[in-house]
Design a protein around this ligand. Structure first.
Ligand SMILES: Cc1cc2nc3c(=O)[nH]c(=O)nc-3n(C[C@H](O)[C@H](O)[C@H](O)COP(=O)(O)OP(=O)(O)OC[C@H]3O[C@@H](n4cnc5c(N)ncnc54)[C@H](O)[C@@H]3O)c2cc1C
Length: 468
């Protein structure tokens, strides 16, 4: 077998034999498909990553089969990229160095539903976990809008927040991610348990420092949610109303997003259900709080156009309201026009509607705001995932500079290295654990800018850098 990636000198036939009885996928078209994620949201990443492929895909069904994959990779010095649903936006699961792709969706058992927690294998789909919890009167404290294809392990390794974060905070906030197990890449791979604060050694490390096999997440009591969309004449008013709602614990929203009116032209499925050419506030409200919700909207000169129970939504053949939130908002626009892209922007905290109103005219007509409300460490924050009509890297840099100069930090969505986007600096705790768990540096190493500079140090010396 020749190397599909063009980057490895490994005898992939011998490798495949060594993996037996683990299921493998060696059809080039299928390997190429599994070498992609949603990096194409970014024209910059699309140009850089679309020709990066792995050489072989393994689909382990058990901890033992996963151990066989990792031991074989260790023996052959094969680069490894772990893949969940492949819904990441920054090429996190693209095999930059070629090699083995381990698809985790075969390890998908829900292992335990207990008092306030769920424990599942890393490849379980978030939607399946949520469905199983419903039977126990519980739900996940948060989930990404990609829950139908994203895995629980991929969320822990690559995600950060989602639907539920306005109520329950970020995934990294204490108690949300209770424990995880991760396997090392050695000749005799073992699982390691991380509990309490130690989960942060692996959370959001993009699969660089161990293969997550099992995750324990906090659950909350299930509620009957009403999917709501309210419309406003003015964007800053929609944002101010979102902030007002976020400050009302008695209402207890699960989702609050505001969306510029121009974006709503790209939501054809909402036509006839919400007033056209208006700014949106998208939210999920407990059924017994819907009257209070309507009153807040009307007091703020808005109109609560759409308020649907789950049964009514299904009968109306409408998508979930969260299909118009988080990065699904970008997806709706991209479905119609591939010239769109987006950016990730922090906002002044506490939320300041005036700052949003002041910033809007400074951004060009090629930047259309969309804010998500969440809690970080108990404080309400917002972040902007604007639609940007991409023309050039220079113009994107200019837009970034306008945001930054006005006090809105940019967490660049157009970079494929972990230190380039949300994580501004190297996380030496992650890298120290990488040295412990992956001494040969086989796991997704290209995704860390800092790894090359520390890979010859001891884990303790790498860790010491975290405090210097
Ligand atoms: C339309 C859209 C909406 C989104 N909305 C959200 C959102 O609301 N919130 C959010 O946080 N993100 C969001 N994302 C990003 C992404 O969907 C989530 O982070 C998702 O949880 C990733 O899960 P996955 O299974 O697809 O992971 P993948 O994309 O397969 O992998 C993500 C990273 O985790 C690593 N990984 C996967 N499984 C394991 C494992 N078992 N062990 C170790 N490493 C592993 C991979 O190597 C990769 O680096 C969105 C993306 C899109 C395209």
């Amino acid at each position: 077998m020749t190397s599909l990636s063009g980057k490895t000198q490994i005898d992939w036939d011998a490798f495949t034999q060594a993996l037996d009885p683990v299921e493998v996928i060696d059809e080039p078209v299928l390997i190429k498909k599994r070498s992609r994620d949603f990096f194409w949201y970014s024209p910059i990443l699309n140009a850089e990553l679309r020709r990066c492929f792995g050489d072989l895909v393994a689909v382990p069904k058990s901890v033992e089969e996963l151990a066989r994959c990792l031991a074989t990779a260790f023996d052959f010095d094969a680069p490894v990229v772990v893949r969940g649903g492949g819904t990441g936006n920054y090429g996190q699961s693209v095999p930059m160095d070629g090699g083995l792709i381990i698809e985790m969706t075969g390890m998908n058992k829900i292992l335990e539903i207990g008092d306030g927690f769920v424990r599942a294998q890393a490849g379980a789909l978030m939607a399946d976990v949520n469905a199983a919890l419903r039977d126990h009167g519980r739900e996940m404290c948060m989930f990404p809008s990609t829950q139908d294809i994203a895995t629980i392990g991929g969320f822990v390794a690559g995600g950060s927040s989602g639907i539920g974060s306005i109520a329950n905070g970020m995934l990294r906030d204490p108690g949300n991610l209770r424990a995880l197990k991760a396997m090392d890449v050695t000749s005799d791979p073992k699982e390691h348990l991380f509990e309490g604060e130690d989960v942060l050694q692996v959370h959001h490390a993009w699969g660089l420092n161990g293969v997550i096999t099992e995750v324990t997440l906090r659950t909350v009591p299930a509620q009957d949610w009403i999917g709501c969309i309210a419309t406003f004449d003015d964007y800053a008013t929609a944002y101010a109303t979102g902030y007002a709602l976020a400050q009302m614990p008695e209402i207890g929203c699960k989702l609050i997003s505001t969306v510029d009116a121009r974006i709503t032209d790209y939501f054809p499925r909402l036509k006839g259900h919400v007033r056209s050419a208006k700014h949106l506030m998208v939210s999920m409200i407990p059924a017994d709080q819907i009257d209070a919700f309507r009153a807040v909207i009307e007091d703020n000169d808005g109109v609560p156009d759409l308020t649907l129970t789950e049964d009514q939504r299904i009968a109306a053949k409408l998508p979930h309201v969260f299909d118009f939130s988080y990065n699904h908002t970008t997806l709706q626009v991209l479905k119609a026009d591939r010239k769109a892209t987006y950016q990730q922007i922090g906002c002044p905290a506490p939320p300041d509607p005036q700052a949003i109103a002041d910033l809007r005219p400074k951004l060009g007509d090629d930047v259309w705001m969309h804010h998500e409300f969440a809690k970080v460490g108990g404080e309400i924050v917002t972040f902007d995932l604007p639609i940007i009509w991409f023309t050039s890297e220079d113009r994107l840099a200019e837009i970034n500079a306008t945001y930054a100069a006005n006090g809105f930090p940019v967490y660049d969505a157009h970079t494929w290295q972990v230190e380039g986007g949300g994580l501004k600096n190297a996380d030496y705790r992650h890298l120290a654990w990488k040295k412990r768990m992956d001494p040969k540096g086989l796991l997704n190493s290209a995704k860390s800018m800092a790894w090359d500079s520390v890979k010859d140090l001891s884990p303790e010396d790498i860790e010491a850098k975290a405090t210097t």
